[in-house]
Design a protein around this ligand. Sequence first.
Ligand SMILES: Cc1cc2nc3c(=O)[nH]c(=O)nc-3n(C[C@H](O)[C@H](O)[C@H](O)COP(=O)(O)O)c2cc1C
Length: 361
Amino acid sequence: MWPDTRIQELFDIEFPIVQAPMAGANGSAMAIAVAEAGGLGSLPCALLTPDQLRAELGAIRAGTRRPVNVNFFCHRPPQPDVEREAAWRHELSRYYVELGLDPDAPVPASSRAPFDDEFCGLVEELRPEIVSFHFGLPERRLLNRVRATRARIVSSATTVREARWLEDAGCDAIIAQGAEAGGHRGMFLAEAVDRQVGTMALVPQVVDAVKVPVIAAGGIADGRGIAAALALGAAAVQVGTAYLFCPESTVADPHREALRSAHADDTVLTNVFTGRPARSIVNRTVREVGPLSPLAPAFPLAGGALAPLRSAAPSGSADFMSLWSGQGVALRRELTAADLTRVLAQEALARLSSLTSGAAR
Ligand SMILES: Cc1cc2nc3c(=O)[nH]c(=O)nc-3n(C[C@H](O)[C@H](O)[C@H](O)COP(=O)(O)O)c2cc1C
């Protein structure tokens, strides 16, 4: 029924559907629901402390016996750059004044933590079946420890060159993340944001370049998108934005409201929220400071100076908040994560069978 079952076999799942790990937007509840419905549930850890990771993974193990994907960012922590930090604070100072804040007051450090010895120790102890990374891979010493747990190792590529690099480093599967995708670009060798490749062009070129199975991501939100990705040679899909509408999603209310009214052309790649390019719905910060600001400090430091603005903004304001979203946002449906997973699988199978029987309109 499915054209390529390599990912289902590799991950031991029923449908070739991965719920994208979405830091700040999903936790154990969504991962359990997706796993129980037959997809791969994912736990994003970039915004979790080690104790929170332990608690969330414990909740998943209590809620399902199915495999789980645990996801980490693996950026190198940046060197502090006092001048750039000051320029960024200056750029944002008008908003501090507007909201009655002291532009020179200390700001909190941005909390996105890279994969390190402590997280690696938890992987060794808690043994998630799949470990995925964003922004490349951790240093070899840590990667070898993850591999020794027998976890399947996965990471995102935004170019053919990145995909080959990940395969050479021993990834068991590669996510081809097209430019339509919501959230951070996984780019780690590529630097030019305006040269990022769309899903339709990226997936078949990555499929041709590597032997390991490819998971297509970016703009896929219904059965048509899944069937198209599989027709391009992907063995599975990773779906993010479509899951943000589920009751299990933990996005803040202003983010949910923005998602509910966004059109395909309301998103843009911007670095203003964290210092790294990511796809967000356009809001005041993106419009007035970005979308790509040369002043934004290196990832994840740019986020620190925005935190006081978010807290001081009127309740319900989305002005200073990252509104991660992919271009498929308007294909939204408000279903539970379990129902969405099942509907995506049914729609994809129906579309695939109508295409092969020649009955597709
Ligand atoms: C709200 C949000 C948060 C995300 N956070 C992460 C993350 O923590 N780790 C990660 O590997 N990818 C993250 N991504 C990217 C997804 O893994 C995936 O590439 C993307 O959602 C696919 O495109 P789509 O949103 O159009 O479905 C995030 C995406 C969104 C929308």
